[in-house]
Design a protein around this ligand. Structure first.
Ligand SMILES: [Zn+2]
Length: 295
């Protein structure tokens, strides 16, 4: 979510929203991360949460579903765990979207990536590790779902947290909100290097971002190494850096022209057609490498 801009939908760029894929078709999906993103795209938040629950249920996947209800909002944080080691990696992908947006890049693509990864995890998670996929509710309400999760659920053994946001457009991985070095960060960047990615080219590490945030902040506030994980188009890196690092300027810019992927972010144009298959593939490869390096 983008603080202060969360509810902003620019009428100039408002576009008709394509209807979601019929639920029965979406529940039968078993293909790529890209295809699986259609489970959520174009549905309202109650339907997104319920579609995800049905998807896991139909496949016989055991999942936790702690429900929360507070003055700020309500929802279910769905989670699935693979592995039995002591070191826990939490991968968050929120299932909600801002009203008025189909929520493709924010954040159905990330949910699709984790669903696609799930059946492959038993072969990837090292003996000493455990991976918890956490599909949070109400991220768009100041990370409400993640905050509720951190307040009420066991955090034992968490070695690191990545919150997947905006993983469907771009060619470069960005680990962001990195306030300080950590063993987890070293392990994660080491895994990216082993994939052949080079810092500043294949991936970037960015300090705390003033206007943008995500679920990892709830874990960071509790003392865990926790970062955002996104993809961006390297060609727009400079404009992006300016956009996310300058709150006041960004507010005005939001009404004029935002660099991709923020040109569709939180708008009615954040649809399936804007997703780039290669971006989702790259994100999944990077995550698989980071998981394998959890030893
Ligand atoms: Zn988001």
């Amino acid at each position: 979510m983008l603080r202060g801009l969360g509810r902003l939908v620019n009428p100039r760029v408002a576009a008709p929203i394509a209807p979601p894929m019929p639920l029965d078709d979406a529940l039968a999906l078993d293909a790529s991360a890209l295809a699986l993103s259609r489970l959520l795209i174009g549905r309202d938040n109650v339907a997104r949460e319920s579609a995800l629950r049905s998807y896991l249920g139909r496949r016989g996947i055991a999942f936790g579903r702690p429900r929360f209800e507070s003055a700020e909002g309500r929802g279910e944080n769905l989670w699935v765990e693979v592995g039995s080691g002591a070191r826990v990696l939490v991968l968050c992908a929120h299932h909600d979207a801002v009203p008025g947006s189909p929520g493709a890049n924010d954040n159905a693509a990330a949910v699709g990536i984790l669903l696609d990864l799930l059946p492959r995890l038993p072969a990837i998670v090292p003996a000493g590790g455990r991976v918890r996929l956490l599909f949070t509710a109400a991220e768009e309400l100041d990370y409400l779902g993640a905050r509720q999760y951190v307040a009420a659920q066991s955090l034992d053994g968490i070695a690191g947290v990545l919150s997947l946001e905006l993983c469907g457009i771009g060619d470069t991985i960005v680990l962001w909100d990195v306030a300080a070095e950590s063993a987890f960060l070293q392990r994660a960047t080491g895994a990216l290097e082993r994939l052949g990615l080079r810092r500043e080219e294949g991936y970037q590490v960015v300090a705390r971002i003033p206007v943008f945030g995500s679920d990892h902040r709830a874990f960071a506030a509790a003392g865990f190494p926790a970062y955002g994980f996104s993809l961006v188009p390297i060609a727009h890196a400079d404009a992006l850096r300016q956009f996310v690092m300058s709150p006041v300027r960004s507010t005005f810019r939001a009404l004029v022209r935002r660099p991709p992927p923020f040109d569709t972010y939180h708008t009615s144009r954040d649809g399936f057609d804007t997703l780039q298959p290669a971006a989702l593939t790259r994100a999944a490869q990077a995550l698989a490498a980071i998981i394998a390096g959890l030893e």
